[in-house]
Design a protein around this ligand. Structure first.
Ligand SMILES: [Zn+2]
Length: 280
């Protein structure tokens, strides 16, 4: 299948169906049985699409005591002839609230659902899929508020392992998805995004006729791309932070759309196709 056609395989409807299943599990904060159910769902879908799914488990102190976290690291067809050169990531946990029933359709749901659809699509190009590592991050959300030790638990752990093992050097770039389901899609890239990735994604958006939906945040963002950049891997955070129900009980399925996830999925795959030659 030519690279240019791969993007057309990405189905927002399929991504949304994954999100619906996760939201049906209720609030999914780190360390809860509902997040364990989410993990089982993610692992089953990955394996059905031909990927291996390994848990990267660790326990970290949090403002509410120690929590056991688990990233899910997916590789295509196990240890193939080529090692991964690109990281795709996003978080699958939802923020913990005491007084609010927060199900995170967009924040935590959309990234995980779209990454599962990405895995299905990439499996159609095995040589390319072997060059991709897909990571579902646990503990993106801060228990209280973002500090050096609260929030980004999963990506900080993953980035540290990459650095300490020397594996960070094998990766050319990374792409994070976060809150990509808003019906009214307005991608707001952090202002300090790596320039080559930014340029390439804007060109891909232009090619697909959706450049108008892509712009910048007024400043940087603290998200799962930060620990990867700190590990020396240029990584961009594709996020729509212009989302009124953010961290409220209103972040529900009716606020997100298949179309928005499809737009982000296809633009990202279009960009990936432009770099496929150097990866395969
Ligand atoms: Zn959040």
């Amino acid at each position: 299948m030519p690279a240019t056609e791969l993007e057309k395989e990405f189905s927002g409807a399929r991504a949304l169906a994954h999100v619906e299943k996760m939201v049906a599990l209720g609030p999914r904060p780190s360390g809860t049985p509902a997040l364990e159910e989410t993990r089982k769902l993610i692992e089953a879908e990955l394996r059905a699409a031909g990927w291996t799914a390994e848990r990267q488990e660790f326990t970290d102190p949090t403002p509410r005591g120690p929590v056991k976290f688990a990233n899910i690291v997916a590789r295509f067809g196990g240890a193939g002839p080529g090692e991964p050169r690109v990281i795709f990531g996003g978080h699958y946990d939802t923020k913990i609230f005491d007084a609010v029933r927060f199900v995170g359709a967009n924040d935590g749901g959309s990234s995980a659902g779209a990454l599962l659809e990405l895995a299905r699509v990439l499996a159609r190009r095995p040589a390319l899929a072997q060059r991709i590592e897909i990571v579902f991050f646990d503990g993106e959300e801060a228990v209280d508020a973002f500090t050096a030790t609260d929030g980004l638990y999963g990506s900080r752990h993953y980035g540290r392992v990459l650095r300490e093992s020397g594996r960070a050097r094998q990766f050319r770039f990374g792409i994070i998805w976060d809150m990509i389901g808003d019906r009214d899609l307005t991608v707001t890239l952090p202002s300090d995004s790596p320039s080559a990735l930014t340029r390439g994604l804007f060109e891909a958006a232009e090619a697909l006729g959706v450049r108008g939906k892509w712009g910048f945040l007024p400043g940087p963002a603290l998200d799962d791309h930060v620990p990867l950049n700190q590990a020396g891997i240029p990584t961009i955070d594709i996020i729509d932070f212009d989302y009124a129900p953010w961290h409220t009980a209103g972040d529900t399925l009716d606020k997100i759309s298949a179309e928005s996830m499809e737009t982000v999925g296809r633009v990202t795959l279009h960009y990936l196709a432009t770099r496929a030659k150097e990866l395969e």
